[in-house]
Design a protein around this ligand. Structure first.
Ligand SMILES: [Zn+2]
Length: 479
């Protein structure tokens, strides 16, 4: 534990929770309102900035012996902000009443989504303006050498895996957040529209998976000008969409499996990638978050044996997971500038309708949140905890037992990724003969907290003072 604790010492915190109703910052001027040092210390976490909670999930937890408890892995991010996950929550951003379709334009507030993204970018970087935030992100990516240079392309992976039918309520990417991101990149970061590629390369003609729907394409072109130059890529083409062209084999896997080794040439040729997944449960993998979003980047082979924690035909846990190879690939994880979790709506299964989350801070409303990070393990760890808490809510009506059976074990890939240099499975994850280093930091909220609301609170309280008072928190800090 001593070694792990030392590694984590420089991660000042992971989750910065900001609730726009509790501390409204409509003007977006109070820089870092959810992440400032004062709030952090006021939370009682301690001046050392070290707060590690004891997760206890009961006997069903997949935490291998010795991993339960302290954070594992090495947090990633900007200096002094490693492992940070910013959680922006604005319940007024989502207005869907449950009738009609969740994705209809009027059911989400564009201005509020843009404000959430703006505050999220500033809170992630401690920058005073959105332009400064982007500049900080680009400079961090380029190791301080340069900001963004026009001509460099940025691919944005959104999740359209359930875009089977334009007239269903299955969850998919929210057009409001896609447009907010494009506006910020074009207007604040100075990226020409022609250098932006929004894509989902999923291909499944039976279900039309990954087909870019008009509701997103048309909506994001309304501003005109540079926005008309943005490239939209899917596996089908037509109607203004660019059809994907695949590379040769560019991905490698530590264990032979059915995942494809090809990616779209536009992804290969891009300098930067923004990974914008959904917060969603999954009937095979338990969860589908930032890592699995790239099953919509690789070509058609998508292994579903190793990612199924209950499929013992490929061995018992802890075991190999191809998501770790994808997360560590120089072509995917290695070119990721930023991770943005679209948790405006969330679903507890694939092909499912968004469900309401009952306890505070959600209050029987959709999560209406976005989460930002530079640490893919930390982001998926927080997202995993949110889904587990939502699923375990006794009043939750959107349960799918196939997902529920897998959830307690679905973080196997996070253990493997956090400890990619020496994973619990013993697998050697590598690229070009170089063994991966840790891909980020993993830990859990306190799931011994007696109420679901308190469990949500521990997720936000782990690293920062939550502005939402949910009653006495229940957490235990390692010392
Ligand atoms: Zn875990």
């Amino acid at each position: 534990m001593g070694r792990i604790k030392k590694k984590f010492r420089h991660a000042e915190r992971k989750v910065c929770f900001q609730d726009s109703t509790a501390r409204t910052n409509q003007a977006g001027t109070a820089k870092g309102a959810g992440c400032n040092r004062r709030a952090f210390i006021r939370s009682g976490v301690g001046a050392a900035g070290l707060l590690i909670l004891t997760p206890s999930f009961g006997a069903a937890r997949s935490e291998p012996p010795g991993l339960r408890g302290p954070a594992i892995g090495v947090p990633r991010g900007m200096p002094g902000k490693e492992g940070r996950v910013v959680w922006q929550h604005d319940p007024q951003a989502v207005k869907w009443t449950g009738s009609g379709y969740w994705w209809q334009d009027a059911n989400t507030d564009q201005a509020r989504v843009e404000q959430m993204l703006s505050l999220g970018l500033r809170n992630l970087t401690d920058a005073g303006t959105d332009s400064a935030a982007w500049n900080a992100l680009f400079r961090h990516f380029n190791r301080g050498a340069a900001g963004y240079t026009p001509g460099e392309s940025i691919v944005i992976k959104i999740n359209l895996n359930n875009a089977h039918d334009p007239n269903d309520n299955n969850i998919d990417a929210t057009q409001h957040l896609v447009l907010a991101l494009l506006k910020s990149l074009i207007r604040d970061a100075g990226v020409p529209g022609a250098n932006l590629i929004v894509y989902d390369a999923t291909y499944n003609t039976t279900y039309n998976r990954g087909r870019i729907p008009d509701r997103i394409f048309d909506y994001c072109r309304v501003p005109g000008g540079e926005f008309l130059n943005v490239i939209w890529m899917d596996s089908y083409g037509g109607n203004g969409r660019t059809i994907k062209v695949l590379t040769g084999n560019v991905l490698t896997y530590a264990v032979s499996n059915s995942c494809g080794a090809q990616i779209p040439t536009l992804v290969k040729n891009a300098k930067y990638l923004i990974n914008m997944p959904l917060l969603k449960g999954h009937t095979t993998a338990g969860v589908t978050l930032a890592a699995k979003n790239h099953y919509g980047t690789i070509n058609t082979g998508k292994d579903h044996t190793y990612i199924d924690p209950l499929n013992t035909s490929v061995g018992n846990l802890p075991r190999y997971n191809p998501l770790v190879d994808i997360m560590g690939s120089p072509e995917i994880g290695g070119k990721t500038l930023l991770y943005i979790m679209d948790a405006l709506y969330a679903a507890l299964a694939v092909g499912a309708t968004p469900v309401r989350w009952t306890p505070a801070p959600f209050g029987n409303h959709y999560p209406s949140s976005i989460l930002l990070s530079l640490d893919p393990v930390a982001l998926d760890s927080v997202s995993y905890d949110l889904l587990v808490a939502a699923y375990n809510d006794p009043s939750q009506t959107g349960k799918n037992t196939t997902v529920g059976d897998r959830l307690p074990y679905a973080d196997n890939y996070l253990h493997e990724a956090a400890l990619a240099d020496n994973p619990p499975s013993g697998i050697v994850y590598s690229h070009g003969g170089n063994r991966f280093s840790s891909l980020g930091v993993h830990e859990h909220a306190d799931f011994t907290a007696p109420t679901i609301g308190q469990r949500y609170q521990t997720i936000s309280l782990r690293y920062n003072a939550s502005p939402v008072n949910l009653g006495a928190p229940s957490w235990t800090a390692y010392s």
